[in-house]
Design a protein around this ligand. Structure first.
Ligand SMILES: C[S@@+](CC[C@H](N)C(=O)[O-])C[C@H]1O[C@@H](n2cnc3c(N)ncnc32)[C@H](O)[C@@H]1O
Length: 489
């Protein structure tokens, strides 16, 4: 496929609500052996038998070799990623229901009816090809043995890696050469060129951005003790959330929706549930079942009261009627979402004169010498990939204001405060910054899987050095944070 055509096909794929992400499938689902995964394998068998007829492919495969095993993986992974995508769109859940699976199968079948199975298979080559070539591109070569046993391409399962290799060899993207300690796979000029074009298409079509957005969906599920992490990294977070609640003027007897409640820090620890007493109600939602499990434990300790309800849902698609709540609030959540859409949803579900109020960390440019020294490898990656720098994934104050005005909110009030971000305890900081707040997500997506893990260990080591050389007082960043509220006219 020509690169312009690849970009268009990828855009059309996103437009059709079909999502294809082998990484997501292999890390999250296959590794956990979820029952849904088995079901998709069985369901896509029929599709596979239907489309594996070679004559369907003859016309438009170009120089891409046909592998029945890769076609099977393409179908399973596309249906499954699409089902996760639909689950997330409709209910905020990560694990799809049977209905989500049926809708996903329909969407994938529709795509194939209109565009042909060859088109889907070719896009699979583009996306998996990107993951495949990434380590070769970064390291100039990988040992064939490492490649075949998945050491470099984990989480791709080893059972299909030989097919990827044969396909890449057949297309001239890589060659095998003898090397001092064994055979290595090297990218050819064609492969390097192909890698650049693929990456450009994945960026331009919005696919990489979508992959990052989807990774937020499940990353919170894997953080076991978010509160303990937060207490170390954001020691004044409780006080900050409390002053946000005061400032938001949530009152007794109000019916409040809290979005992205996480472990229930705002809900229980900072007193939202108490504040609406005696006659009010709090509905707290979050997409992550892992975070909600932690919130449920607090709910039980709080007395399993009737006036608080915890529900799994996404702020981007709130499952509530228009004009339902007196107020809708959220802390530290919008930057994980399509914020414009989220604020519009929050506005939709509050009544006339109701309040929408948010606590949101803001972008900053300078982090101090300790930060540059500690995170230099990631900052370098950001520079190479032409991004302005770490932290630019956070919005500016103007961005946040515009989400509010575009949602039609009026009487907008803003207060800027500082959140102390403490860089002590390297393991915790790195886990938090990489996985918790996804500060470097846009950089990580450019790294091969294996190198992401290596980078994380390197950052922990660098952190140990930095903590020895810089006093704690110089390792605290005051992150500007906005409290913003508006009224629904
Ligand atoms: C940084 S935590 C903040 C949690 C809590 N509000 C607090 O102040 O501690 C962000 C939370 O937003 C949730 N989240 C991310 N995307 C979301 C979405 N689309 N809808 C609802 N919650 C979402 C995450 O699961 C996570 O629990």
């Amino acid at each position: 496929m020509e690169d312009e055509q690849i970009t268009q096909e990828l855009k059309a794929l996103i437009q059709a609500g079909v999502f294809m992400d082998p990484l997501l499938m292999n890390t999250y689902f296959e590794a956990r052996a979820l029952p849904t995964w088995d079901r998709v394998q069985a369901d896509t068998d029929g599709m596979y038998r239907k489309y594996a007829q070679v004559h369907y492919f003859l016309t438009d495969l170009g120089d891409i070799p046909f592998s029945p095993r890769l076609l099977r993986r393409c179908l399973v992974e596309t249906v499954m990623s699409t089902a996760v995508y639909i689950a997330n769109e409709t209910s905020g859940a990560v694990i799809p229901t049977d209905d989500h699976l049926v809708t996903a199968e329909d969407r994938v079948e529709d795509w194939i009816e209109i565009r042909g199975i060859g088109s889907l298979y070719k896009l699979y080559f583009v996306i998996a090809g990107y993951d495949f070539l990434q380590p070769m591109f970064f390291h100039r070569h990988v040992y064939e043995a490492d490649f075949l046993n998945g050491a470099r391409h984990y989480p791709y399962t080893p059972d299909a890696l030989d097919d990827y290799l044969m396909a890449a060899l057949a297309r001239g993207s890589v060659r095998i050469k003898s090397h001092r300690c064994g055979r290595v796979i090297q990218p050819t000029k064609v492969g390097i060129n192909r890698f650049h074009l693929i990456r450009q298409s994945l960026e331009e079509s919005g696919y990489l951005a979508k992959r990052i957005a989807m990774s937020y969906v499940y990353q919170f599920d894997t953080i076991e003790d978010w509160d303990a992490l937060c207490n170390i990294v954001w020691p004044n977070a409780v006080v900050l959330r409390q002053s946000f609640l005061d400032w938001s003027s949530i009152e007794s007897d109000q019916n409040v929706l809290e979005v992205g409640c996480g472990t229930g820090a705002l809900t229980f620890d900072c007193g939202l549930a108490d504040r609406v007493l005696p006659g009010g109600h709090v509905t707290a939602i979050d997409v992550s079942s892992g975070m909600l499990d932690q919130a449920r434990r607090k709910y039980t300790s709080y007395g399993s009261v009737n006036h608080v309800e915890l529900t799994q849902a996404s702020v981007e698609h709130l499952p509530y009627d228009d004009n339902t709540f007196d107020a809708c609030i959220g802390s530290a959540v919008l930057h994980f979402t399509d914020a414009k859409r989220s604020v519009a949803e929050m506005t939709r579900v509050v009544r006339k004169d109701g309040i929408v109020s948010v606590l949101q960390a803001l972008a900053m440019n300078t982090f101090g010498p300790f930060f540059t020294e500690w995170f230099q490898p990631v900052l370098e990656l950001a520079r190479k990939n032409r991004r302005t720098g770490a932290g630019d994934y956070l919005p500016t104050e103007a961005d946040v204001r515009s989400w509010f005005t575009q949602a039609g909110l009026t009487d907008i009030k803003v207060q800027i405060v500082d959140a102390s971000w403490v860089f002590d305890s390297p393991e915790v900081v790195v886990q938090h910054i990489v996985r918790g707040v996804s500060f470097f997500q846009a950089e990580m997506v450019y790294l091969p899987w294996d190198d992401q893990r290596t980078l994380i260990s390197e950052l922990i080591d660098r952190g140990r050095d930095v903590c020895r050389h810089y006093p704690l007082s110089e390792r605290i960043i005051q992150l500007p944070t906005v409290f913003i509220r508006g009224r629904k006219p």
